[in-house]
Write a protein that binds this ligand. Sequence first.
Ligand SMILES: NC(=O)c1ccc[n+]([C@@H]2O[C@H](COP(=O)([O-])OP(=O)(O)OC[C@H]3O[C@@H](n4cnc5c(N)ncnc54)[C@H](OP(=O)(O)O)[C@@H]3O)[C@@H](O)[C@H]2O)c1
Length: 327
Amino acid sequence: MFNAIVIDKDEQGQRAAVQALDESQLPAGDVTIDVAYSTLNYKDGLAITGKGPVVRSFPMVPGIDLAGTVHSSEHPDFKVGDAVLLNGWGVGEGHWGGLAQKARLNGDWLIPLPKGFTAAEAMAIGTAGYTAMLCVIALERHGVTPDQGEVLVTGANGGVGSFAIALLAKLGYHVVASTGRSSEHEYLKRLGARDIIDRESLSAPGKPLGKERWAGAVDSVGSHTLANVCATTRYHGAVAACGLAQGMDFPGSVAPFILRGVSLLGIDSVKRPKADRIEAWNRLAHDLDRDLLAVISQEVGLSQAVQMADQLMTGSVRGRVVVDVNR
Ligand SMILES: NC(=O)c1ccc[n+]([C@@H]2O[C@H](COP(=O)([O-])OP(=O)(O)OC[C@H]3O[C@@H](n4cnc5c(N)ncnc54)[C@H](OP(=O)(O)O)[C@@H]3O)[C@@H](O)[C@H]2O)c1
């Protein structure tokens, strides 16, 4: 038997709770993993609270991230005892995920635990940190360099935002953080933000074009915020868009793209090819100030994760939540 958060749905609605499951209930897959740690991402919050249509079949074990060791394997790349990491691939949405003591899944989705990271550290980074790294790599590939001026990070206190600030600052960029939480300015400065703006300056409907300010931006918020960020991005700048914390809509105009040559870089982490994942994790090992992990993350046990998901959805959680699935 093993413990897992299980999301059930019936006529009375959807609910999530820790349940004891039998290994025979695990889904099909060629690698079985003893999970050590998982995390709570925004998507896990949507799944557990039912606030977004994330779960595609019930009952579902949520958890889009996991780190642990291989318990048994029929996959040529993995053997018993290997330390492994999983981010995305629809796990926790359509296939049972990481918020459990055991997981069984397709070995093609796994990568070796990146060298130098413990399982807990890899989960402190999780999909949020790995996505922030993908955004930074996309801006670099576009040609955004530190000497070009300010770069903006929206959703600054969130998981993606926190890591985007830490990574960009370490790489020498002048980072401006956009947040709705004035109480967290010290935290954002500690991560490396040089300036902080109120997210309300970006979240209301704006003009097609505004004063040029940003050389580049990482946006995890979407909606009017993304439209306003594009409208204020400098000539030939780029915006890496990865999230929808404000909304999925994009109520902007083509003006920034056709008049200023601004590029909107779409970032998906879920189905990213293995080579890109390994590159991003190698960059995280190289470019992330490891001491900040303790500042950015907090740890909870499996039984606390359900309640924590509610807090995540109200926007009251700072940084990242690591889940020790064995307590
Ligand atoms: N494309 C991908 O593959 C990918 C991967 C990871 C995440 N994501 C998406 O990226 C987003 C952020 O994920 P996360 O894990 O960082 O979530 P998170 O930890 O919950 O952070 C989201 C942050 O957005 C800000 N925010 C929340 N509600 C807002 C609103 N109504 N208007 C403006 N800002 C708001 C808050 O920051 P402040 O309090 O500082 O304002 C909050 O901390 C989510 O939409 C997630 O689904 C996408």
